[in-house]
Design a protein around this ligand. Sequence first.
Ligand code: IPM
Ligand code: SF4
Length: 489
Amino acid sequence: MAKQTDAPARTLYEKIWDAHVVERREDGTCLIYIDRHLVHEVTSPQAFEALRNAGRTVRRPDLTLAVPDHNLPTTPRRDASGKRIPILDPQSATQLAALETNTQAFGIRYIGDADPEQGIVHVIGPEQGFSLPGATIVCGDSHTAAHGGLGALAFGIGTSEVEHVLATQTLLLTPSRTMEIRVEGALGAGITPKDVVLHIIGTIGTAGGTGHVIEFRGEVFRQMSIEGRITVCNMAIEAGARAGLVAPDDKTYAYLQGRPVAPTGAQWDAAVDWWRSLPTDPGAVFDSSITIRAEDIEPTVTWGTSPEDVVAIGGRVPDPRSFADPSKQRAAQASLDYMGLQPGMALADVEVQNIFIGSCTNSRIEDLRAAAAVLNGRRKAENVRWAIVVPGSGLVKRQAEAEGLDRIFVEAGLEWREPGCSACLGMNPDKVPPGERCASTSNRNFVGRQGPGARTHLLSPAMAAAAAVTGRLTDARTLAPLPGAPVPA
Ligand SMILES: CC(C)[C@H](C(=O)O)[C@@H](O)C(=O)O
Ligand code: SF4
């Protein structure tokens, strides 16, 4: 006879939540313990200032990690004599200097601009082993959801909450509703995690996950690499969700073991024991549930100014009149006007002048391998004016160089840069000129996101590389890797 147990079946999210409740209030809010706090230059200056004014210290500097990424140029940061090259934009310079002084003053580990481990905050958390399964992880940044790829409950917070976490290592939160998105079956050859998440957002819309924490489940995510799971969870926020999660498994543990600050010895063993208890119990109930067939997912590109404006690469720019909802019709028309596209145009006829391979969505080693597999032995098209590859961190950069990927990019006519947010958003010198188009592996195609008037098409690293070669949006599957190309992991 099956063993009787009274414990109710719980989801992964509920288990992590329950394990972190410090105090449950009558109105349903909970004081939640925060295990890891990541800090960058944009959303932290006022928080540190407020601590200083109140005469407070940082409660757990050892659980806090700071890194500059948004404002840093991706060109060299030191001259030949090792002297810092000044940051020209005054606001960026002030924010970067403030992060350095604040972390020194409050005793927080700071991975500085010239540190070989510097990188985008959401790339370095997992790669350092700072982000762990079952942990509550926050950062004053919406794409913190990325760390959910390791099975962490990770979400973005505002600057006043950054201050609260710095001071108390806790946050007052209301529980989220739970949603499962199952992608069942097998992905076709050449379909990547970015295609999966763009397809999901196209299906449920940018408000589809509102108020929910999404757990990505099913065969496709079990098979997916950790890097790919991070890519998918990174964009959960673009589906309106509070966070995204994939259950940790042996792949997660193998990815984390031996990372610079991951637990070791008996602590590692104890951690893995706990992590193994986290996956959603059979019979646990989600507030909502969606199933998508893997076979329906094609290489996917955005045509508009919202991440839900997606179409398969073989498709056409939609006619705004094809949308039932009048407000969506107006939004689609405004998108097309901004993007300079005509209804019915084949995506494959859209020319691009800029290529950006980078951002916390797609700048890990597997992304660079996928781009290099397409670019190896090929050259960028004449009409591609600017094409940059920006590794997500110094460690990714050095790994790529050890594999010879940097040479492939440079020989193809692309620039190989220093790590940072770069052209993902216009907060540093990497910008797309007004009216020009960019095939971009980032996560937001909002109006002006890559610079005033810039037109963004979101896609995967392989697709960005294919666009570099042909100078137009292109199905990467039509450009088979040439002999000797790196094999994406
Ligand atoms: C600057 C920062 C607050 C912002 C965010 O919260 O996501 C940025 O990282 C972004 O991607 O738009
Ligand atoms: S890479 Fe882009 S999305 Fe990620 S943290 Fe930086 S600006 Fe935000």
